[in-house]
Design a binder for this molecule. Structure first.
Ligand code: NAD
Length: 485
């Protein structure tokens, strides 16, 4: 699919703002945020229900109406969602940042805008037609029905926007059980989606959520008889739980993305890309670079260039002190440690302050030069503390990258100008996303080609989710006729 151009996006915004005029979608973010502060997760209505049964029943009724509304309405509704979510990107970023305390507000705006504009819509469901001597066959994409979606605290609103566009584009409805630590911003997001859908002529409750989500309500949603497909985005625990359900589960699990740098790379460019990528939203995104593996002959230069690009490179004694702050338990070598949750998603300046180093918020990343077996290399740290580790040559680096990624097959990448090395590593990693010579967020469509998704379903093999992921291919064959040439 081709990404929407700026002109397309502007066109959508203008068309739908005309339709929404009077509903206030163009209000300034500060006003919206102030109003949203008043709304709490437990405030019911506009898609928010007290129980799983009620949220499921409402979405089921909505899907029944929606399935009879035709394709043009579906396009109109998705256009309205895109426009409203672009207009609300700052408001939702502020709410998510304030409630979860994770990441960077300005990066969350980028994430919301990215999914609102580049998550594929109903155009992803172009039918296939085959004609031949035996007649004609058409393959169309049918809705699956009701999707139960579980969302993370790290990207609460961008995941809800992205999942809603994918699921509704395929003609379905969705019930969310969100992370308890993000229930307010998520509830506000669901209300705003319902408002946009209603203004575009869609039925109420195409998107619903449970007001007070818990692990128990997540499990109840997973086993609910009316939920046809699950979409689970989170860590290993929730993925394991979903795979136990006796229904199809699209599972988007954890990652530990390695960035290899070889001696042929453009080192200043690689350093800038890694600092930008590993610090994006303070490293809470599953696709963010989590460790760099660099060929020794260019390692010192890479570290110097990373410092020039805005990173703080730790001295040996500072690293020893920081380990005691950010890890609850270091654990054995070459294994993940247990991260201290208090520092997940915090700014580099906040983390450095704990060891008495004062820097401004313009320092986006803390870098540690560590041996291969250091726990930071093997841990999904989800904070802007980033290990760089040295290898004698690129083949040893690729082999280490495969092991450090733990077989998640999520995201990996390389900085190299040797196409054979790029190809060799991409094959060895076998990941849903592989990025060469860019920040890993390029693999999400931010500064790279292709569509966007914030549910990258590697465990279930679905890859970057899209409307087709939530569709059933159905075929009609006409025997001996309708080939008209
Ligand atoms: P988390 O696993 O703590 O929570 C995710 C969601 O699952 C929440 O809604 C939570 O309430 C629910 N949950 C957790 N354990 C559960 C269980 N046993 N039963 C039922 N529900 C359960 O994750 P998080 O901290 O919110 O997010 C970070 C993790 O998610 C990281 O590991 C990250 O890599 C991963 N993630 C993956 C993707 C992807 O696309 N693959 C996207 C975002 C985040």
């Amino acid at each position: 699919m081709t990404a929407l151009s700026e002109a397309d996006i502007q066109g959508i915004i203008t068309r739908v703002q005309e339709r929404l005029s009077g509903t206030g979608s163009a209000r300034p973010a500060a006003t919206l945020a102030a109003q949203s502060e008043m709304a709490t997760a437990t405030e019911l209505g506009e898609g928010i229900y007290p129980t799983v049964d009620e949220a499921v029943a409402a979405a089921k009724r909505a899907q029944d109406v929606y399935s009879r509304m035709g394709l043009q309405t579906r396009h109109t509704i998705i256009d309205a969602i895109r426009s409203a979510m672009v207009a609300e990107a700052e408001n939702l970023a502020m709410l998510a940042h304030t409630e979860t305390g994770l990441g960077r507000y300005e990066d969350k705006i980028i994430k919301n805008r990215l999914v609102a504009t580049k998550a594929p819509g109903p155009e992803d469901l172009e039918p296939d037609a085959v004609t031949g001597d035996a007649g004609m066959a058409v393959i169309e994409w049918a809705p699956v029905g009701l999707v139960g979606a579980i969302t993370p605290t790290t990207n609460p609103t961008s995941t809800i926007i992205n999942n809603s566009i994918s699921i509704l584009s395929a003609g379905n409805a969705v019930v969310f059980n969100v992370h308890p630590n993000a229930k307010k911003c998520s509830a506000e997001n669901v209300r705003l989606l319902n408002r946009a859908i209603a203004a575009a002529g869609g039925p109420p409750d195409l998107v619903t959520a449970i007001a007070t989500p818990t692990l128990e309500s997540a499990k109840a949603l997973m086993v609910h008889a009316d939920v046809r497909v699950l979409l689970v985005t989170g860590g290993p625990g929730v993925v394991e739980e979903a795979l136990r359900a006796t229904k199809r589960a699209v599972t988007a699990g954890p990652g530990n993305p390695p960035a290899v740098v070889d001696e042929t790379a453009d080192i200043p460019r690689a350093a800038r890309a890694i600092v930008a990528g590993a610090s994006f939203d303070n490293n809470v995104i599953c696709t963010d670079e989590k460790e760099a593996i660099v060929v020794n002959s260019v390692a010192d230069q890479l570290l110097r260039e990373m410092a020039d690009a805005g990173a703080y490179v730790l001295k040996e004694h500072e690293l020893r002190r920081l380990e005691r702050v950010i890890f609850k338990e270091l654990g054995p070598p070459s294994k993940p440690g247990v991260i201290n949750g208090a520092f997940i998603g915090k700014n580099a300046s906040v983390i450095l302050n704990e060891i008495g180093v004062q820097v401004g918020d313009d320092v986006r990343l803390v870098v540690a030069d560590v041996p291969n077996e250091h726990n930071l290399v093997w841990t999904e740290q989800m904070m802007p503390v980033f290990p760089v580790t040295r290898v004698p040559n690129v083949d040893v680096g690729i082999e280490l990258a495969v092991r450090a990624e733990h077989g998640f097959r999520h995201t990996a990448g390389i900085h190299s100008t040797n196409v054979e090395t790029i190809t060799r590593m991409a094959r060895a990693m076998n990941c849903s996303i592989f990025v060469a010579n860019g920040s890993f967020f390029a693999g999400l469509g931010q500064g790279g080609e292709g569509y966007s998704s914030f549910s990258i379903a590697s465990p279930s093999g679905d890859g970057m989710t899209r409307p087709r992921t939530f569709s059933r291919p159905r075929r009609v064959s006409v025997v001996g006729a309708l080939r008209i040439v």
